[in-house]
Design a protein around this ligand. Structure first.
Ligand code: ADP
Ligand code: ASP
Ligand code: MG
Length: 812
């Protein structure tokens, strides 16, 4: 004996019905009980029709006609010559349905009893069609009315089954109908008076389990549209995969916590009899599916699956009057039970100061009324607070029996959610440790389930979502490097880097599935504009896991968005120096937000492009060293200029060459005036622990003031006019056997920047091209400094520095 249940999609069309019948006919351990759902979507349609009729909305007639057309279409396709009994059968059922709906319309009322009657037609239709076609194919098939087999109480909409009577009824039917195949409508039953009831939405699975238990079947097979119970809801997690073997307990937990593939009450009847339950895919019958059994072979998997249920509200009962007084919980639960309110989750702090229960959202108001009434006296006396419901929540649960033997699972769960800014409102973990539940905002569910799936099931492939501002020189190089490295990153580091948005001041290109990094330049030009504030909001609203803002602009407005993002746990990687060199309070706030919300704020390229200067400084201070003094050449531009200027070409021309080769800031005056170097030493001083402002830095300019008076064009012409000044500086240094270097110094909380003559043998003397160098004198590096030296400017190296920061943020 074998029971096979076919779900709504499996019987949604004539073609699918044929597939289902073929699967049932091929079953080895006959006789076969075939339980069927309504044609996919029918139950929802019937409910809609009933509600419309009850509210005097005549449109129900049209919807009913459409539903009939759909069934007739399937019936005609199924009957071999179009003349089979199937069409007449459908018409007869719809005649009854029409009368029922007219009655609802006339009365203007839809009771739960009438709704059950109405919904039952979905399964009655599908099962009659299937039975008729199976018989026409020559199979020894009979239609068995579930209302004569499944006995329930009269709780319409969610009737409870009387198993003893059901077993007798099934045995009786079995004795009278020794057919090789029964076709049974799922979902429905009848009470002792023979009135039609239903077993709850999705209840056809349960019908099948009840029949399997009553008949002591060898196996119960649930045929559906996915290849088994999966590690997460495949509609939420693209990389979810089927679980081959799972225990009844685990399957029960997963289904209770939202894995829709199995209606939760289904497990209990088959578990009691030890009947294996196999979930299979009607559309890929060769796939293994999921076998649910008593003791599946132990696997390495600690967490078996992740599931979620939405529409949850939390009710928090609290007050000092509860501490140490017995009976509060009992009264709370009794009050809820009287209203037939189902408690989904409970948590209580050990201080007994509060009890928190989760209920389905529609139950919130009745629950609040019931509980406030129960505790009216205590509330009036101020010993208990009135109930504060919180709506719009959901539960995300980890399920797995092996979790109890593994420490650190909760830590990993909380860590993964925390890093993504997902706030946990409550948690519950039973002592059996088969399930760890967290209550979060409903809006965070997709992100949470994906983050957890990555953390527990995907050893490789953490998805990281990048939002890039400023695809200019450095930005486009960065995108090029990302495109080149994507495969390598996935294979070697398990990072799946995706660029979700690219924006400049004129256009914003977005693709949540990840932009094509080879075609973006053309596409960006076509994309609409998006103001910066909306770009920030877009990052927040998309709420994607592991999001990083990559700011490759020099725009103060862009820097103004960081705080808002860090507060949402979105990491920020900035090449833009504005944020770290603006007022100290803003810099300090960003650093503390980064800590508080567990979001990286990285800006290595603010000083010396990709050179590990800030990283080294951080390592020194984190390990307890104290930076006493720093001496540095921090402007690749100025170094390039002074290395190339020897009086043979005008100074202005050398500066222009530096700009053309991409070594200057977008505005070269920032470099030449020394203010860019001042910003850099300021950032280093701050990172070394000094609360400094830009105004504390002494800048000794070497440009004649006229050079900085006008715009960029005037700047070049003024430099040309002052060639003699630059020549004199050069000649003086050369005469003394020295070189000109633009040096930044920091010592004991004070900093200066200015042009200096550096003697041969000094650490700063021998610097080529656009090199930067930083000398750190610390408590550990006293006589000889720690030196970091190398190319400190250029789009390619700067991009690689931003890239390295992205990887750092992604791997956190
Ligand atoms: P049927 O009509 O066959 O009973 P259902 O729609 O009731 O099918 O259940 C199957 C659906 O359950 C799948 O299509 C899938 O979208 C959803 N689902 C949710 N969570 C899971 C999960 N963990 N594993 C498999 N399917 C799931
Ligand atoms: N047709 C019913 C429903 O949609 C029962 C089921 O499909 O299992 O809820
Ligand atoms: Mg179902």
């Amino acid at each position: 004996m074998q029971v096979l249940k076919f779900g709504g999609t499996s019987v949604a069309s004539a073609e699918n019905i044929r597939k289902s019948i073929a699967i049932a006919a091929a079953a080895k351990q006959g006789p076969v009980i075939m339980v069927v759902s309504a044609l996919g979507g029918t139950t929802d349609a019937l409910i809609g029709i009933g509600r419309a009729a009850a509210t005097a909305d005549g449109a129900y007639r049209e919807t009913l006609n459409q539903l009939e057309e759909r069934h007739l279409g399937v019936a005609q396709e199924l009957s071999a010559d179009g003349q089979g009994p199937e069409s007449a059968l459908v018409r007869a059922q719809f005649e009854e349905l029409r009368q029922l709906c007219n009655g609802i319309f006339a009365l203007g009322e839809l009771s739960t009893r009438t709704l059950d009657k109405l919904m039952s037609y979905g399964e009655l239709l599908s099962s009659r069609l299937v039975a008729s076609v199976a018989a026409a194919q020559g199979l020894d098939a009979v239609w068995a009315d579930a209302r004569q087999l499944i006995r329930t109480n009269s709780r319409f909409g969610m009737a409870e089954v009387d198993m003893a009577v059901t077993e007798r009824l099934v045995a009786g039917f079995n004795a009278q109908h020794p057919a090789a195949m029964w076709v049974v409508p799922g979902f429905i039953g009848a009470d002792a008076q023979g009135v039609t009831t239903t077993l709850g939405r999705g209840g056809s699975d349960y019908t099948a389990a009840l029949l399997a238990a009553a008949l002591k079947a060898h196996v119960l097979e649930i045929w559906t549209d996915v290849s088994g119970m999966m590690t997460a809801d495949p509609r939420l997690v693209r990389s979810a995969r089927p679980i081959a073997r799972i225990s009844y307990q685990e399957a029960m937990e997963l289904s209770h916590f939202g894995a829709k593939v199995l209606y939760p009450p289904t497990i209990q009847p088959v578990m009691r009899r030890g009947i294996p339950l196999w979930i299979k895919n009607t559309f890929a019958p060769a796939d293994y599916g999921t076998l649910v059994e008593v003791e599946p072979p132990r696997t390495a998997a600690v967490v078996q699956g992740i599931s979620s249920i939405g529409n949850l509200a939390l009710l928090n009962l609290e007050g000092s009057g509860m501490v140490g007084v017995p009976g509060f919980s009992m009264r709370l639960f009794a009050a809820l039970a009287r209203e037939r309110i189902n408690v989904v989750l409970i948590t209580q702090s050990s201080s007994e100061h509060s009890i928190c229960v989760g209920v389905n959202e529609p139950d919130t108001t009745p629950a609040q009324v019931a509980v406030d009434q129960e505790f009216a006296v205590e509330i009036a006396a101020g010993r208990i607070e009135p109930l504060r419901p919180e709506r719009g929540l959901a539960i995300v649960a980890l399920v797995g029996e092996n979790m109890k033997d593994h420490p650190g699972i909760s830590g990993k769960l909380f860590g993964a959610l925390g890093q993504n800014g997902i706030n946990i409102r409550a948690t519950a973990q039973g002592a059996s440790e088969k399930n760890i539940s967290t209550v979060i905002r409903a809006a965070d569910v997709r992100k949470a389930v994906n983050v957890l799936h990555e953390a527990f099931f995907e050893a490789t492939g953490k998805q990281v979502n990048l939002f890039l501002l400023g695809p200019g020189n450095v930005g486009s190089k960065l995108l090029e490097q990302l495109a080149q490295q994507q495969r390598h990153l996935l294979e070697k580091l398990g990072l799946q880097l995706r660029v979700v948005a690219i924006a400049n001041s004129r256009h914003c290109l977005v693709n949540e599935a990840g932009l094509d990094l080879t075609t973006w330049p053309a596409e960006l030009g076509e994309a609409p504009p998006l103001p910066l504030a909306d770009f920030t909001q877009l990052i927040i609203d998309r709420n994607l896991r592991n999001s990083i803002l990559v700011d490759v602009t020099a725009d103060p407005a862009a820097a103004g968005c960081y705080a808002q993002l860090l507060e949402k746990s979105v990491a920020v990687v900035a090449c833009n120096k504005v944020a770290c060199s603006s007022d100290y309070a803003s810099y300090a706030r960003l650093k503390s937000l980064s800590k508080e919300f567990n979001a990286s704020f990285l800006f290595e390229t603010n000083v010396g492009a990709a050179l590990p200067i800030i990283g080294t400084l951080n390592d020194l201070t984190r390990s307890g060293d104290v930076v006493r003094r720093m001496e540095a050449v921090l402007s690749g531009t100025l170094n390039f200029v002074f290395n190339h200027y020897d009086g043979t070409r005008p100074f202005a021309e050398v500066v222009r060459q530096a700009q053309i080769e991409g070594y200057t800031e977008p505005d070269p005056r920032l470099d030449l005036s020394g203010s860019d170097v001042a910003r850099k030493i300021l950032i280093l001083a701050r990172e070394a622990g000094q609360a400094m402002e830009m105004s504390d830095i002494q800048i000794e300019p070497f440009l004649p003031p006229a050079c900085l008076a006008g715009d960029v064009a005037a700047f070049y012409s003024q430099m040309a006019a002052h060639e003699a000044h630059f020549r004199a500086l050069y000649d003086a240094a050369t005469a003394a056997g020295k070189r000109l270097k633009f040096v930044a110094r920091y010592a004991d909380g004070k900093a200066t920047v200015g042009l200096q003559q550096v003697a041969l043998g000094h650490d700063l003397y021998d610097l080529r091209g656009k090199d930067n160098v930083v000398l750190f004198y610390t408590d550990r590096y006293i006589a000889q400094p720690l030196v970091v030296k190398g190319a400190g400017a250029g789009a390619e190296v700067t991009a690689s520095g931003v890239f390295a920061d992205i990887i750092r943020a992604a791997r956190l």
